[in-house]
Write a protein that binds this ligand. Structure first.
Ligand code: HEC
Ligand code: HEC
Length: 460
């Protein structure tokens, strides 16, 4: 790489490592700087850019990271098998490895046609009620695949309607509205009032950093009664435990998991069908007898030490640095991001708190562009499926770091919880509810300003 961008890049990197020329110093407190993940940041713009360990990780954590990586990327096989240590797939499952959905730690997307097997998109289910309960036959998540002799739960069929709209300046756009049906139900009819929430797999960078943003910081960003009158409230998701305690929910599109550990255990359990110390029983409902009777691959199927390694892996995946810092268009776009009110939810800068287990993640100034809070996003994005204290129209602000590398890493730019948006521009045009004013401000910009704002997003 050559040119002025590279120069600034090298300098920002040097700041954390070997010092940097005075006149070229990058202000680390300016969100415009390159180090989105603080000292964990890596410098790679290739299709491997989401695969690195935090650049400041200790030698021991680097080892655990690479040990854990193989359990996240290699396919699990049907138990029992001579491939011990990898047998435990199913009986019912969505995918055979984390990597099938989060390919190269990037994004999943809806399948592009009926012939393409579904992987990076899954469906959560519940039956309406107070509180909502898991669908009695199919549980909380639909598993479209089963091991031999175990019928699949169903085959999701995805369709989309395209409709066009136009900006105030007359420029046109078009948006896809998805719809879903479940065919070949394996265990009889689904409850009539079943609520369905489609979710794509998000990119997996910087997870451990997000986990270490102090609860007080997040509470400080809340404005549940909109006292500042900007139309934006935001509240923290809380996850309740049986002993009466609770933790802030940070992960998943509605913030349903408080930690990388719990998210990872839930993924093994629900997505791959692998048991761990957190979820020791197979993921079968009472209606799925063949599933309950199937042989397993150990108790648990993923031994504790390896599970811990996968948690280390998922916690320490580095965030790549920002690019194109010297570009006039991206700097103009950054100001428009601020003035359009995007940063009211997509918080540019936060600091992580102390971190005993992973000191490399502690006290980092990071630029995740999320407040990790739930926001009411309007009826068009609503799944109408409440989850804990998140309503059917609330979503947790997703981090925007890495968004400009998705095309390179994942080969697509499908965005939003169900992957309906084909670009960042479409994602913005879907914003409603608390984000309606921001969307209207974006739409009212000139074409050149809109593309500057999009260029800024592309630099993240
Ligand atoms: C079937 C596809 C699929 C598989 C397999 C899968 N995930 Fe995910 N992952 C998702 C989806 C969908 C979400 C969002 C979940 C939600 O909204 O509750 C997610 C969310 C996450 C998150 C939180 C991301 C965020 O930004 O909040 C982490 C961390 C994660 N997965 C790790 C893993 C690990 C580790 C594995 C393997 C053990 C794995 N996933 C396997 C689909 C998958
Ligand atoms: C009220 C809070 C709020 C405001 C203001 C807001 N957003 Fe968002 N944004 C969200 C939430 C919540 C989502 C996820 C919605 C979903 O998936 O259904 C989101 C999703 C996105 C996405 C897709 C991210 C992904 O990972 O799929 C982009 C891009 C985005 N916002 C950019 C912007 C821009 C640019 C602005 C300003 C014009 C803006 N947002 C204003 C809350 C907000």
């Amino acid at each position: 790489m050559t040119g002025p961008g590279r120069h600034r890049f090298a300098c920002a990197f040097a700041l954390t490592a070997i010092g940097c020329g005075q006149d070229e110093q990058v202000n680390l407190h300016d969100p415009a700087n390159a180090l989105l993940g603080g000292e964990t940041t890596v410098f790679d713009t290739t299709l491997h850019s989401f695969e690195h360990v935090a650049s400041n990780a200790s030698a021991q954590h680097k080892q655990y990271f690479s040990d854990g990586k193989s359990f996240a990327t290699d396919n699990w096989v049907i138990p029992p098998s001579s491939t011990t240590g990898r047998d435990g797939l199913g009986p019912l499952y969505n995918a055979r490895a984390c990597d099938e959905c989060h390919r190269a730690n990037g994004r999943g997307r809806p399948p592009l046609g009926p012939e393409e097997p579904i992987a990076g998109l899954l469906f959560r289910l519940s039956v309406a009620g107070d509180p909502p309960t898991p669908e009695p036959t199919y549980g909380e998540q639909l598993q479209p695949y089963g091991n031999p002799g175990i019928p699949r739960e169903a085959l999701p069929v995805i369709d989309a309607q395209e409709a066009s709209g136009s900006y105030p300046d007359g420029a046109s756009y078009s948006l896809l509205t998805p719809s879903y049906a479940f065919e070949s139900l394996g265990y009889g009819p689904m409850a009539a009032n079943t609520l369905i929430s489609p979710r794509v797999a998000p990119q997996l960078i910087g997870m451990g950093l997000l986990e270490r943003i102090p609860e007080e910081t997040l509470l400080g960003l809340e404005d549940p009664d909109d006292e500042d009158g900007d139309g934006i409230s935001g509240r923290l998701r809380y996850v309740d435990y049986p002993d009466g305690s609770r933790s802030p929910g940070r992960f998943g599109w509605k913030g349903s998991q408080p930690s990388v550990r719990e998210q990872t255990a839930a993924a093994f359990h629900e997505d791959i069908g692998v048991t761990t110390k957190l979820h020791p029983a197979a993921n079968c409902t009472a209606a799925e007898a063949a599933c309950s009777l199937a042989l397993n691959g150990g108790e648990p199927e993923l031994p504790d030490q390896y599970f811990d390694n996968v948690v280390t892996y998922a916690s320490l995946i580095a965030v790549p640095a920002r690019r194109d810092l010297d570009d006039a268009s991206t700097s103009a776009g950054e100001k428009l991001f601020e003035s359009s009110g995007c940063s009211s939810c997509h918080t540019p800068s936060l600091e992580t708190g102390p971190s005993e287990d992973y000191p490399e993640l502690g006290h980092q100034l990071i630029h995740p562009f999320t407040d990790l809070l739930l926001h009411e996003m309007g009826p068009e994005l609503a799944d109408e499926r409440p989850e804990g204290n998140a309503s059917g129209s609330e979503w947790r602000t997703p981090p925007l770091w890495g968004i400009g590398l998705l095309q390179t890493v994942s080969g697509h730019t499908r965005l939003l919880h169900d992957g309906r948006a084909r670009s960042a521009e479409e994602a913005i045009l879907w914003h409603g509810g608390e984000a309606l004013t921001a969307r209207q401000r974006f739409a009212a910009l000139s074409a050149a300003e809109r593309s500057a704002l999009l260029a800024f997003l592309d630099s993240l």
